[in-house]
Write a protein that binds this ligand. Structure first.
Ligand code: SF4
Length: 320
């Protein structure tokens, strides 16, 4: 049985203990695909709070939003306080319940490199200053990162911090990116991955299986393409429909059919046979465990999803 290099196994090998990623959602962060800099309305499936549970704790009366142009960030104090509160809560919980001693900060919601440089530096510096934090994983878009931010992240790596940039790609087909209103194409991504990795920053690519009008062959081709660009880790997840999105409207009108668990399982099995053994598998499942989920229903329970996938993988000699 071949054991996959999951993120948990990778951390254990590198740090000789379990590491827990602590998800952080900060007030004011948004995305250029939502605020109109690139497009409005966001990706057709995006309802960010359903991806990021910590968002529900944010103050809905504060309307300040981050971008590259603001000269003075009046909510930085609030952001830093939220960062500390969320970190302490999660770290204490995992320490008490699971005896986890070391952590990675995971800046998860929206685009976490989309803010004035000074804001990013203050947030990253504070993240890495917490006790027992070994590094940071930053979720962002490929059109939303400046060279000076990459240089800053490189400095942290030189101080022995584990730094990951998680780039949402979703598909490498231009027509799919257009149909899902991603607001970017694939031009320049290979170079971006290269210059990120040249600085010692690890690259995790996100892909979604089940995007509108994509065939299984297209999904596997997207995988091959991101592998050819050079990555350190990958996250793959099924597309699910959540309420109050354009995708939900398409689904209600019969214009979108979600991927089935069986097809997804087949694709994951094929994908894991293709992905080289030294690429770190960060995720192969996803879901929304709340009333926002419309379809497919198998995305409601990640445990059921993972049980199914684990069994499927066992059949081809892979232990997840
Ligand atoms: S890039 Fe992410 S945050 Fe921005 S609209 Fe798309 S899914 Fe939402």
């Amino acid at each position: 049985m071949r054991e996959l290099l999951t993120i948990g196994r990778y951390f254990k090998k590198k740090f000789h203990q379990r590491i827990r990623k602590i998800p952080i959602s900060l007030q004011g962060f948004t995305c250029p695909n939502i605020d109109g800099s690139v497009a409005r309305g966001g990706c057709i499936y995006c309802r960010n709070e359903s991806f990021s549970p910590s968002l529900i704790k944010l103050d809905k009366t504060i309307h300040t939003k981050m971008n590259f142009k603001i000269t003075e960030n009046l909510i930085l104090g609030i952001q830093l306080q939220q960062l500390e509160e969320q970190f302490c809560w999660h770290a204490n919980f995992h320490k008490d319940k699971f005896d986890i001693q070391k952590y990675m900060i995971y800046l998860q919601s929206f685009s976490n490199t989309y803010a004035p440089f000074e804001t990013l530096k203050a947030i990253y510096d504070k993240s890495l200053s917490f006790p027992n934090v070994v590094g940071m994983s930053i979720g962002t878009r490929v059109d939303c990162i400046e060279d000076k931010t990459l240089d800053l992240l490189q400095e942290y790596t030189l101080n022995q911090k584990e730094i990951w940039l998680e780039y949402g790609i979703q598909s490498t087909f231009e027509e799919t990116l257009k149909a899902t209103n991603r607001g970017h194409g694939i031009a320049g991504i290979a170079e971006l991955f290269k210059k990120t990795r040249q600085r010692g920053i690890k690259v995790c690519a996100h892909l979604i299986y089940g995007l509108p009008n994509e065939t299984p062959e297209m999904m596997l081709e997207s995988l091959q393409t991101v592998l050819s660009w050079g990555i350190d880790g990958i996250k793959i997840h099924p597309l699910y429909v959540v309420s109050q999105t354009k995708l939900a409207k398409m689904y209600e009108q019969g214009l979108y059919q979600p991927i089935t668990l069986e097809t997804y399982g087949e694709l994951i099995a094929k994908s894991l046979e293709i992905i080289p053994q030294d690429i770190i598998i960060q995720r192969i499942s996803s879901g929304a465990h709340d009333e926002t989920l419309i379809a497919p229903k198998w995305c409601f329970d990640k445990n059921i999803q993972m049980r199914y996938l684990r069994e499927k993988l066992k059949d081809i000699g892979i232990q997840y």
